[in-house]
Design a protein around this ligand. Structure first.
Ligand code: NAG
Ligand code: NAG
Ligand code: NAG
Ligand code: NAG
Length: 337
């Protein structure tokens, strides 16, 4: 039997229904736009385009075609089962420190967290400690990167608006360790030890195994009690110190004991990031001009360039290296460089 009723749109009830639907739709659109979380029209979160392998490709212009096979962190198996011979002594290699290192590696860890390992493309930011971060309001932007690398004792508490609060990794050595690691890091922050001398391995061993502390052999008293989980500790592969010194600064890696020129932790962190990440941005790098004697160098403390004297760092040489990285697009600066 053929229905006698007219098509929906022809009757007044049909028009009413359509008008109602239109009104509901309009309200939904208005609601989603006003709330900005756009349930109905998802706007993808704005992130830098990330090209897999790009950092490594660009960095090969500086470092040559070194291989990604070099582990980021030293591993127990390389010192326990096979004795990996190292050509250099610390800080450019592990020659002569193997036994101490073996004891440290037995109680620490070397894995890269699954949350980083599983990323198809790793966006990283290296946050330097420079004065240019002051009032930068970069905190929110910094927190958005997959990997946030910080240096030494740089504080986060009280500076979140300018430097962010996320810390995926922190590079440090005993003299630069923050005395209160729980306050300035996240519970899962990797604390990456950069060893400059054998004593640095000894320090971490005594802290983690609660052995008798050694007070001599440091240029500044490191913490004697350090509240950290051993599983958060990593030992940076000295390979990065070697290539930063050799390829970026043209420093000799076999130096007589008296001359101790070495890259800063900051340059080392960029070198590491170029190896670990697909995209590398830097913030808070750069020192004041040499004639600017009053300008403080860090965002959190009142020290000037004078404090760098005798540190074995050549900051003008490093600035040239970073400029080169910016020019070839291996890294991008978030603050003035
Ligand atoms: C690295 O390898 C690529 C491709 O194999 C090659 O095009 C490039 O010239 C090499 N770079 C260096 C510095 O050897
Ligand atoms: C940062 O901002 C504060 C407050 O606006 C201001 O007093 C201070 O001088 C600024 N510091 C720098 C280094 O610009
Ligand atoms: C530091 O590097 C600059 C630029 O390469 C160089 O002119 C200067 O002699 C170096 N200073 C020292 C103390 O080696
Ligand atoms: C990066 O540094 C250059 C100077 O080398 C500067 O012109 C540029 O504004 C800086 N970028 C940002 C985002 O500050």
């Amino acid at each position: 039997m053929v229905s006698k009723s007219p098509p929906l749109c022809m009757c007044p009830a049909g028009w009413k229904l359509l008008a109602m639907l239109a009104l509901v739709l309009a309200v939904m659109v208005w609601y989603s736009i006003s709330r900005e979380d756009s349930f109905y029209f998802p706007i993808p979160e704005k992130k830098e385009p990330c090209l897999q392998g790009e950092a490594e490709r660009k960095a090969s212009k500086l470092f040559g075609n070194y291989s990604r096979e070099q582990p980021i962190f030293l591993q127990l198996k390389d010192y326990f089962w096979v004795k990996t011979p190292s050509a250099y002594e610390l800080p450019f290699g592990t020659k002569g420190s193997e036994d101490l290192l073996l004891r440290v590696l037995a109680i620490t860890s070397y894995s890269i967290p699954e949350s980083i390992q599983s990323l198809k493309c790793r966006r990283c930011v290296v946050v330097g400690n420079g004065h240019r971060l002051r009032n930068s309001s970069l905190g929110e932007a910094i927190n958005k990167y997959d990997v946030v690398i910080r240096l030494n004792n740089a504080p986060v508490a009280g500076y979140e608006g300018d430097v962010g609060s996320k810390t995926t990794m922190r590079l440090f050595y005993p003299e630069s360790a923050h005395f209160n690691p729980k306050v300035e890091n996240n519970p899962d922050t990797l604390l990456v030890l950069v060893a400059f001398k054998a004593m640095d391995f000894h320090w971490i061993e005594t802290i983690l195994s609660d052995k008798k502390r050694v007070r001599k052999g440091f240029w500044k008293q490191p913490p004697l009690i350090w509240d950290v989980n051993p599983k958060q500790i990593r030992i940076l592969n000295p390979f990065f110190m070697e290539i930063a010194a050799d390829k970026l600064l043209s420093l000799p890696v076999q130096q007589p004991r008296k001359i101790k020129q070495k890259p800063t932790t900051g340059l080392l962190a960029i070198t590491l990031a170029l190896h670990l990440c697909d995209l590398v941005h830097i913030a808070g790098f750069g020192y004041p001009d040499a004639h600017n004697k009053k300008q403080t160098i860090h965002y959190y403390e009142q020290i000037t360039l004078k404090s760098m004297a005798g540190s074995g760092h050549n900051v003008s040489q490093e600035a040239l290296a970073i400029k080169r990285m910016l020019e070839i697009g291996a890294v991008k600066n978030l603050t003035y460089f």
